[in-house]
Design a protein. Structure first.
Length: 257
């Protein structure tokens, strides 16, 4: 693991440990009063069947290489969800040390999106909005944004129009932050991702608290309700698809309900 990823690995362990209680994992509450919430490091180590010093090194982000068996034991000890378990495994793998570069969309895929009647767009690994069609522009007004603002997170969290558009803006925005966290941590320390985080901190008062919670959610389809200034209330089902041309590209399609 590269240094920033080790730090994210340790921060994630600590955040999950602090959210658990002895009662939640079946441990008796004995001994001196706890000064902080959550499990103690030695309790997590015991539950996972590993040494306390080893666990401390992991949580401190020091140069250690946990095995898959150790990762799985920690996931069980910390009661991680499937998405959180997968995230922990991904962080433990060797990092891709290439600097981030904005993706390009192959022409056949671009034409496919532009030819769809339903709102559709393509995002890259950093959630930059790379291609969209007229139906999507009618709803989200991507074409009115500056190029540097064409990013799903920037648009959702810092654009006042989005706060008015989405009926459940706070829930939607918080969910997106938890989904993006899984991607960000794999690119921790990359200048492009650091720049994005800085813009989100400056442009969204709620972001720092959501980010500090270190929640992880998998990307999944669902429904969105929007209050469009001209079209009235809109309800969509949405789903996303990974492109075979480039796994970094994600096609998002909205279907009216």
């Amino acid at each position: 693991m590269a240094d920033p990823r080790r730090s994210e690995f340790g921060d994630f362990l600590r955040s999950r440990r602090e959210k658990l209680t002895p009662k939640a994992v079946g441990l008796p509450i004995v001994g001196r009063r706890r000064r902080t919430a959550g499990l103690r490091r030695e309790e997590v180590a015991e539950l996972a069947g590993i040494g306390v010093d080893w666990y401390i090194r992991l949580e401190q982000g020091r140069t250690v290489s946990p095995s898959v068996t150790t990762i799985d034991a920690l996931a069980r000890a910390l009661r991680l969800s499937k998405a959180e378990h997968g995230h922990l495994r991904a962080l433990a793998r060797d990092a891709d040390r290439r600097a981030f570069a904005r993706e390009s969309v192959p022409e056949p895929l671009r034409r496919l999106v532009e030819g769809l009647n339903q709102p559709a767009y393509i995002t890259g690994r950093r959630w930059d909005i790379l291609v969209w069609n007229k139906a999507a522009d009618d709803i989200f007004a991507f074409g009115r944004l500056r190029e540097e603002d064409r990013n799903s997170l920037i648009s959702m969290l810092t654009n006042p129009r989005s706060r008015r558009l989405f009926a459940n803006w706070a829930d939607e925005a918080k969910r997106m932050v938890a989904q993006f966290r899984a991607t960000h941590d794999l690119w921790a320390g990359d200048p492009a991702f650091l720049e994005l985080l800085q813009r989100l901190r400056e442009g969204c008062p709620e972001f720092a608290g959501w980010w500090g919670a270190h929640d992880i959610k998998s990307v999944a389809g669902g429904q969105k309700v929007m209050n469009h200034p001209k079209k009235g209330q809109l309800r969509f089902e949405h789903a996303s698809f990974q492109a075979n041309d480039d796994p970094a590209l994600k096609l998002v399609i909205y279907t009216p309900v």
